[in-house]
Write a protein that binds this ligand. Structure first.
Ligand SMILES: Nc1nc2c(c(=O)[nH]1)N[C@H]1C(S)=C(S)[C@@H](COP(=O)(O)OP(=O)(O)OC[C@H]3O[C@@H](n4cnc5c(=O)[nH]c(N)nc54)[C@H](O)[C@@H]3O)O[C@H]1N2
Ligand SMILES: Nc1nc2c(c(=O)[nH]1)N[C@H]1C(S)=C(S)[C@@H](COP(=O)(O)OP(=O)(O)OC[C@H]3O[C@@H](n4cnc5c(=O)[nH]c(N)nc54)[C@H](O)[C@@H]3O)O[C@H]1N2
Ligand code: SF4
Ligand SMILES: [Mo]
Length: 712
């Protein structure tokens, strides 16, 4: 028997005729786990598997999404040719025809309606080089002020809070390797166990080392299970909860007077404001017992080191930016920043959530985190781009406001790269109707997404397996994603597409790049002297040093591991504290007799964003094939909703039908629906279009809804 088995395995082995290894990084979250795709060619077929590769951040780990990412990249529905819509059907055309069509349409629209009638919508999934080129494309090739990107729905609140407070916004102020040594960790509105799974060992090690972990989330999740204390906050009340922490810290005299005096401006205003607050009222409005608020605040302040992490739970609110600022107030009041094992982490989302917000895709931004309204910044970039500074457009508007301008007929055409806004935006039905009004929509995608379905032209692009470029991970570490998988059909890289469209529009001289590395050289020069300074980096260094943390201002600079050790990034080197109100200026929806429950939204382990990619992966799709609504059994009984039965969820905007999932661990006044499904399961049909006025972030995490059983 053994002999037979051995012979069997030997023959099997011999079957593998050729093995090829392709390097890459995971196309999904901000951990940017390094990986290899292994292709085995046997006599009968090709087999693929993905394995992790060691590096300073992910240490060789992969989660299930990464392990199965190749299933969508190799999927038969990957687009191979440009497609033009003719009488409602997509037909194959050549690249020459596609580029000519863009030239014709864009030129005619601008001639008739002005430069700003064109718009660009970008992404934090594309590489730094592509994000940089897209910003340049909007300003130089199209000359429009209207460019923004999906990171607006993701990173804008944390980015604006850190920029205002510290004068600089890099996701983590410390390296990930410091986490295990910190004594107290606050995880506010993050479900990293499902969203950045390979980060978990750092927190598990911290726990083994005796750290006290505090989680803030209306639901119990795989992340909150790690916590010593879980504050089950009412959705949208994080700013008030942070005030509760500050009040306890003041009352118990736990502030770091010396740190405040030397490094902070604005503490007295915060002290005055917070002193007048009533802790019982805060406990009441946040739904968190006072004893828990006291315990959390006092442990955090008393421990010698501590870190606060925020993610979308806190940030995707109409006061997300100030809610984050209030958590930063806690760090500053206790002097826990700019030091070993103490600091802040905005847990970035998409693969390039960090880098894509630095190189000029944002409505008000030029590369290197420069401001498009600052005269010196404009002049510097105009010189790098070799254009007249007066030709550079001024700032545009945030992503959702851009859609509103489409609806109002002000924007007539859109160049959309790597996003699916009719699923991911609030008021999804409105967004769909608005985009349908465009005279001309170009979508650059790997698949016919729900939004690409509306396009007049789809340009097929390469995936993470095929596109080389840099990505800046959750730490702010710039990684070189090497990629060499053969490109199929007539597919082109995003960076190449941008350059060719620019050329078709007569602006080729500004886009004459022949590789991502050439683009990176220019990006580095453009970032020199800016806040996000990459100018000391090169592909060669990134390869050799396994990534570099910015700022890295010259070739001999080792990169910056810990920020703010020598002061903050404002000109006076001091951080800014400001009082934050318990309630948002733009009121959040309240529950009422008609809409008696809070709805919050978020993610699950096996799917990614609007699901275009993960639904094409057989293994991932099988794990969770439909949407659901998490609900407490007591609430479910009150509304006569059985477990695992279909339920209609309605808000003032619209309705969806999903399956109920009873859970003892969610708040009784709250239901949760993930965002990964579309059409009648798209939770964004329910979410309002109100935005945080300071950063344009929609309030994805609070809606008022009613629920009812669907007769079956
Ligand atoms: N599996 C998976 N991983 C992903 C993604 C994905 O789609 N799927 N997307 C990536 C992207 S782009 C992003 S931005 C990140 C997002 O990463 P996270 O921000 O961690 O993900 P979410 O699930 O949106 O929200 C986190 C938690 O916030 C809680 N929450 C809801 N409302 C509130 C509130 O009012 N206050 C507080 N304190 N908490 C609240 C939710 O219950 C949820 O558990 O994940 C990245 N990783
Ligand atoms: N209710 C609710 N809504 C939310 C959120 C929430 O928590 N709740 N979260 C928000 C957040 S944080 C985010 S980040 C947004 C994201 O929302 P979207 O930007 O709409 O996200 P994706 O589903 O990643 O869409 C990416 C599209 O680009 C394509 N694509 C993938 N890789 C590439 C590439 O390399 N190049 C090109 N050209 N195309 C590519 C994919 O096929 C897909 O069609 O959703 C937001 N919407
Ligand atoms: S989804 Fe995130 S954690 Fe999972 S393998 Fe990809 S990059 Fe790593
Ligand atoms: Mo995101």
């Amino acid at each position: 028997m053994t002999e037979m088995l051995l012979r069997y395995f030997r023959t099997k082995q011999q079957e593998v005729e050729k093995e090829t290894v392709y390097p890459s990084q995971c196309p999904f979250c901000s951990m940017q786990c390094k990986m290899q795709l292994i292709e085995q060619v046997t006599v009968t077929r090709k087999k693929y598997k993905t394995v992790g590769v060691d590096n300073p951040t992910s240490e060789g780990r992969l989660c299930i999404k990464g392990m199965h990412a190749h299933q969508h990249a190799l999927h038969s529905e990957r687009l191979k040719y440009p497609l033009r819509k003719v009488n409602g059907e997509f037909v194959r055309i050549s690249w020459e025809e596609a580029l000519e069509l863009i030239r014709e349409k864009f030129t005619a629209i601008q001639a008739q309606h002005g430069k700003d009638a064109l718009s660009v919508y970008g992404s934090a999934t594309i590489t730094n080089e592509e994000a940089y080129l897209l910003g340049k494309f909007a300003r130089v090739a199209l000359g429009t002020r209207y460019i923004d990107y999906n990171g607006r729905l993701c990173m804008s609140a944390a980015a604006s809070a850190a920029a205002k407070t510290f004068g600089m916004d890099r996701g983590f102020t410390n390296t990930i390797q410091e986490i295990p040594h910190s004594r107290c960790l606050i995880l506010a509105g993050t479900n990293m166990a499902e969203c950045q799974p390979t980060i978990m060992p750092y927190f598990e090690k911290a726990k083994e080392n005796g750290a006290f972990i505090i989680a803030i989330d209306p639901r119990e999740t795989a992340t909150t299970k790690l916590a010593d204390l879980h504050l089950k906050v009412r959705p949208g009340m994080d700013a008030a909860l942070a005030n509760g922490f500050l009040k306890v810290i003041l009352d118990e005299d736990l502030i770091d007077e010396d740190f405040l005096a030397r490094h902070v401006v604005g503490f007295e205003e915060v002290r005055e404001y917070v002193s007048a607050l009533d802790l019982n009222e805060i406990a009441e409005m946040t739904g968190v017992p006072l004893s828990q608020i006291r315990k959390a605040a006092s442990v955090f302040a008393r421990e010698e080191s501590g870190m606060i992490f925020t993610a979308r739970g806190v940030e995707q609110q109409t006061d997300g930016s100030s809610a984050v600022r209030n958590f930063l107030n806690i760090l500053l009041a206790t002097g826990k920043i700019g030091k070993k094992y103490s600091g802040y982490g905005a847990v970035t989302g998409q693969g390039n959530g960090q880098g894509a917000r630095e190189h000029g895709q944002k409505a008000d931004q030029l590369p290197g985190y420069r401001s498009i309204e600052n005269e010196a910044d404009r002049q510097y970039i105009a010189d790098v781009w070799k254009v007249d500074v007066n030709e550079l457009p001024r700032k545009g508007v945030s992503a959702f406001e851009m859609i509103q301008k489409v609806d109002q007929g002000e924007i007539k055409a859109m160049f959309l790269m790597c996003s699916n806004p009719i699923v991911s935006h609030p008021r999804a039905e409105f967004v769909k109707q608005a985009l349908a009004k465009l005279d001309f929509l170009v979508a650059v995608d790997m698949f016919i997404s729900e939004t690409a379905q509306l396009a007049d032209l789809i340009l097929p692009t390469t995936s993470y397996l095929e596109t080389e470029g840099t990505m800046t991970n959750v730490e702010g570490r710039v990684l070189l994603r090497e990629a060499s998988f053969p490109v199929r059909g007539e597919v082109k890289h995003d960076w190449k597409i941008i350059c060719e469209v620019a050329d078709a529009l007569g602006k080729g001289e500004y886009f004459s790049f022949s590789s991502p590395e050439e683009v990176f050289h220019e990006l580095c020069v453009a970032s020199r002297g800016g806040i996000a300074d990459y100018s000391g980096m090169s592909y060669e260094r990134l390869r050799r040093e396994k990534g570099l943390l910015w700022p890295c201002p010259d070739e001999t600079h080792p990169g910056t591991e810990r920020l703010f050790e020598a002061g903050f990034a404002h000109p006076d080197k001091k951080a800014r504290m400001v009082p934050v109100s318990n309630t948002a200026k733009i009121a959040k929806e309240k529950t009422s007799e008609t809409y008696p429950l809070f709805l919050t939204t978020g993610r699950i382990m096996s799917h990614y964003l609007t699901g275009v990619q993960t639904r094409k992966s057989a293994t991932l799709a099988a794990r969770e094939f439909e949407s659901y609504m998490e609900i407490h059994p007591a609430t479910a009984k009150k509304f006569q909703i059985n477990d695992q039965s279909l339920v209609k969820v309605e808000s003032e905007r619209g309705s969806i039908v999903v399956r109920s999932k009873w859970s003892q661990t969610i708040r009784k006044d709250t239901v949760f629906v993930p965002l990964h499904w579309t059409e009648s399961q798209n939770v964004n049909r329910l979410v309002a279009g109100t935005l945080d006025p300071s950063c344009g972030m929609p309030g994805f995490k609070v809606s008022a809804v009613k629920i009812s059983a669907v007769d079956q």
